[in-house]
Structure formats: C-alpha cells, structure tokens
Design a binder for this molecule. Structure first.
Ligand SMILES: Cc1ncc(COP(=O)(O)O)c(C=O)c1O
Length: 494
C-alpha cells in the first residue's frame, strides 16, 4: 500500500556556513544528505518554502532555489497546489556502504596497477641540476611571450570561444609546416599537421592508432620510458619488441630477426634517447627499406634536434619517406615543457584517424596558447630564441663537461660524448647501481634519472641522465661535487 504523504518535520540541516556564501547550494546538499541518510523518504511532503526559510533563517528565495535544483536533479517533485515532496519513485540506498574488512581491499585491474607504477616512475624531478628541460632565467622566453599572451588572450581567436578544431588551430599548423620544412627538411602541408599536447601525447596517439591489438612494434633498446610505459600500461607489453641500438642507431637486421612483420617502429633518429648518437645514413636507409617491404609505419620522435652544437643535423627521416613516417616534434625543449604543445606530422592517410583519436582523448588542444605560439613563430621570435638557447646550452655543456672532468675520476664514471640536446649520459662503473646513486644524490639536492630502467630485461647498463637546464654555472659546479660524494658513498657499499 502506498505510504500516505505527511508533512515531514524540518529535516536536520546542520550548520550552514553563512560566511562561505552559496547558501542555496549548501541547503541543497544538506537535503540530499538527509535523503541519503533516510531522514527524508520517498514521497515525503516537505514543509513549505516559507516555513523552511523561517525555521532556518534564510531568505525564501534561497530555499526556492535549492528546491528547484533538487527538482531538476529528480530528488524532489513539485506540483502547483500540492507542494513539494521527495520523488515517490526515488530509490536511494540508505544503508551505509559496508566497510572493507581489515586487510581486504578492492581488486585493481592489471592496467590500474600498471598505470600506478607508471605514475610513480614519471614524477617530475625537483627543478635543480640535473633535471631535464628546466627553463629558468636566460632560458625562458619571458617578456615577448608575456606581451603576446596578454594581447592574444584579450581579444580575437585566442579569447574564450566555443570548441576548436581537433587538428589544432590553422595559423599554428601553417607556421609549423613552414618551420619543419626549413629546419628539418620535413615534407608536409598544414593539413598533415596535428597539434598535440607534446610528444608524449603524439606517442600515445601513434601507439593507439598504428598497430592493431597483438601486432608487434619495434621499440629501441634502450628507449625513452615514455614509450615503453605506453605499451606496458595498456597490457600490450608482449607487442613491444625491444630492438638493440648500437653506435649507428637501431639495429635493423636484429629487428628483422626478432619480428620481421612488425607493424611499426618507434625510433629517435636525430639523437638516440638516451644514448645521444644520431642514426647513421646506412641505418636510415635500411629502416625505411624494411618499412617499405613490410608496409610498416615508422614513428620519428625528434624531441630536441634544434639544439645541436656542432656540425649540421641529419635531415629528418620523414623527408626521406613522407608516406610512411609519422614525425613528432615538441616545444618542450626549445620553449618550455609546461606549455604542453607539440605536433605530429602524419601521412595524409592517417590524418582522419589522428583527428578521431584526438576527439576521443581530449577533443582538441587548449586554444589560447596555440594562437600565442603561432604569433611567436610568425614574428620570428622562436628562431631568435633558439639561436640564443643554443649559445646558453653550449656554455652550460662546457661547464658541465669540465666540472665532471675535474671532479669525477674515470674509474667511477665517464661522460658519453654527444653534441646535441639538453642532456648528457654519464656511464657509471658497472659495480655501481644507478638507482642507488640517483637516490643518494637526491638526498644531497641533485635530481637524476637512472638509465638502467630504460633497457629491456637483461641488457641494462648503469648510467645517469644529466639535464642541462636553466641552471647557473655555480649550481652545476656544486651539483657535480654532490654527485661525486654520492658516487663515493655508493661505491663504499658496492
Ligand atoms: C625522447 C623523448 N621523447 C618524448 C618526450 C616527451 O616530451 P613532451 O611530451 O614534453 O613533448 C621526451 C621528454 O623528455 C623525450 O625525452
């Protein structure tokens, strides 16, 4: 039998925080809680808004607003002449959720476990030497950037508006197409440029789009953990075939032996990450010949080729075979990583797939900074900034190399020669565990990443990544001294 409606007592609303404002929102929340706790039941007739307002010493409009909100949410129904009541059909579980027994916890999927591990692996290091990509002082784009930002965000296309193009803002795609053509011999039109939230997103999109489930992909060994973790977290680690890298870059013959019919290869040809050498021309030719033969894609992660200190960089792989290569670039190194803007340059055949995946992932990159960046590039500021950065980083590099030479004996560690980018690798004596050294140095105020986790099982070498960020000469000298002490401390227990 249906329960006869009665006017309920004024529910226990508890204290409303009058100083915090939004009283109608607070009241609606208190009424929802009363329903959840079973103090208000389905079909209950509520006191009139006038009575409730008087009892709670609120303006009547405040109560009306809270009631209207709860009607809109389906908690209350309101009929002219018969008042407002709790929806008769409301089915709220008023039983408190059972507490898990001691020691019992909700089971997590393998993916959830893998993502949690990746989260702890990728925590941002404190912005002290030798964290990578830290712009500070003379290495930040400062005033011009701020001025352009203020102007562009205030009016025009960078001001608040509706949804944008999933591919990215056209003016930015146009200047990027021109920039990569001139600086990296990349062949493309603006229609092939997809603006990304940095190369990390470009890698994620490529890993989602290029191979089908179960199809093999080649990944360098060692490699950037940002790519290996993508496959590991998506429960696709078995798809990932680690192909060894030697002094010329990825060993294409080894790749063929391991998985000839892989669907894609992820490589860092300009500046192998983390080792630092470019891929030789012979290897580039062999890799593209394999890709052509197997109808495979090549993903070129070109994360810092602008920062070259000697000689000319090799032109991009993409320029050698634009229908097979997905080219990924980023502004993280040459501008600053919190900008979160980069680009994927994809063969025509892949444009729709990248745009579709982008729509599902986050619709499109935030608009305002795309327009700021487009103007920054179109007005020539990026080129000037890169020229200045090259000089600053070349100096920092010299300071670092000299400080290591003076302070750290070769029996403990040796620098890998390298003439490009924002980091160098310091190889450690094989008896020293790089993770222990990184931890010990962390306690001495030095930020380091270990190289050994970047290798596949069984191949690891012990080393450290030394980032050349916006640190002063003095900071670098001090950090090298602390690193030396950390190496000595770990070698005592090795
Ligand atoms: C080899 C490599 N690829 C990709 C990235 C990702 O860069 P971002 O997502 O900031 O553009 C990095 C960052 O350090 C990197 O070292």
């Amino acid at each position: 039998m249906p329960r006869k409606a009665k006017i309920v007592e004024i529910p226990a609303i508890g204290e409303l925080d009058r100083a915090a404002g939004h009283l109608s929102r607070q009241l609606a929340q208190a009424l929802r809680k009363a329903i959840g706790k079973g103090e208000l039941k389905a079909g209950d007739l509520l006191p009139s808004t006038r009575v409730l307002a008087g009892a709670l010493q609120l303006a009547r409009g405040t109560v009306i607003e809270a009631f209207e909100q709860l009607v809109a949410e389906g908690f209350f129904v309101s009929q002219p002449g018969s008042g407002t009541r709790v929806a008769p059909s409301l089915n709220v579980n008023t039983q408190p959720a059972a507490k898990p027994a001691a020691g019992e916890s909700m089971p997590l999927s393998r993916q959830a476990e893998a993502f949690s591990r990746a989260g702890s692996q990728f925590t941002t290091l404190p912005a002290v030497p030798f964290a990578v990509s830290v712009p500070a002082g003379s290495t930040a784009p400062d005033d011009v950037w701020r001025r352009l930002g203020n102007r562009i965000r205030a009016r025009g296309p960078g001001a608040p508006s509706g949804y944008g193009d999933p591919q990215g803002a056209r003016p930015l795609r146009e200047v990027i197409a021109e920039y990569v053509r001139k600086s990296r011999s990349v062949h493309c039109t603006p229609d092939q440029v997809i603006i990304t939230a940095g190369t990390q997103q470009g890698l994620y999109l490529a890993a989602q789009i290029l191979p089908d489930a179960g199809e093999a992909v080649w990944v360098e060994d060692p490699a950037y953990s940002g790519i290996t973790a993508i496959f590991a977290t998506a429960c696709r680690d078995k798809q990932m075939i680690r192909v060894p890298v030697d002094a010329e870059g990825i060993d294409v013959e080894a790749g063929r032996r391991l998985a000839e019919n892989a669907r894609a290869a992820f490589v860092t040809p300009s500046h192998q990450y983390p080792l630092g050498m470019p891929m030789s021309m012979a290897r580039r030719t062999a890799l593209l010949a394999w890709a052509r033969e197997q109808r495979a894609w090549v993903v070129e992660d070109d994360y810092d080729s602008e920062l070259r200190y000697a000689g000319h960089p090799f032109p991009s792989l993409q320029g050698l075979d634009p229908v097979r290569v997905v080219y990924l670039g980023t502004f993280s190194k040459i501008l600053f990583p919190s900008l979160r803007l980069g680009y994927a340059i994809v063969p025509d055949r892949l444009v729709d797939a990248f745009c579709g995946a982008r729509q599902l992932m986050d619709r499109h990159p935030p608009s305002a900074d795309q327009y700021v960046l487009a103007s920054f590039m179109a007005e020539g500021h990026l080129d000037r900034h890169i020229r200045r950065m090259r000089t600053v980083y070349a100096d920092r590099r010299e300071v670092l190399i000299n400080a290591i030479r003076r302070t750290i004996p070769p029996a403990l560690a040796r620098l890998q020669p390298c003439d490009q980018g924002m980091h160098m690798v310091l190889w450690l004596n094989a008896a020293l565990d790089d993770r222990l050294v990184a931890r010990e140095a962390g306690q001495r105020g030095v930020s380091l990443r270990a190289v050994s986790p970047m290798y596949g099982a069984g191949n690891a070498r012990s080393g450290l990544i030394l980032g050349l960020g916006g640190f002063s000469d003095q900071q670098i000298e001090n950090a090298v001294q602390q690193l030396y002490l950390a190496l000595v401390a770990v070698s005592r227990i090795a």
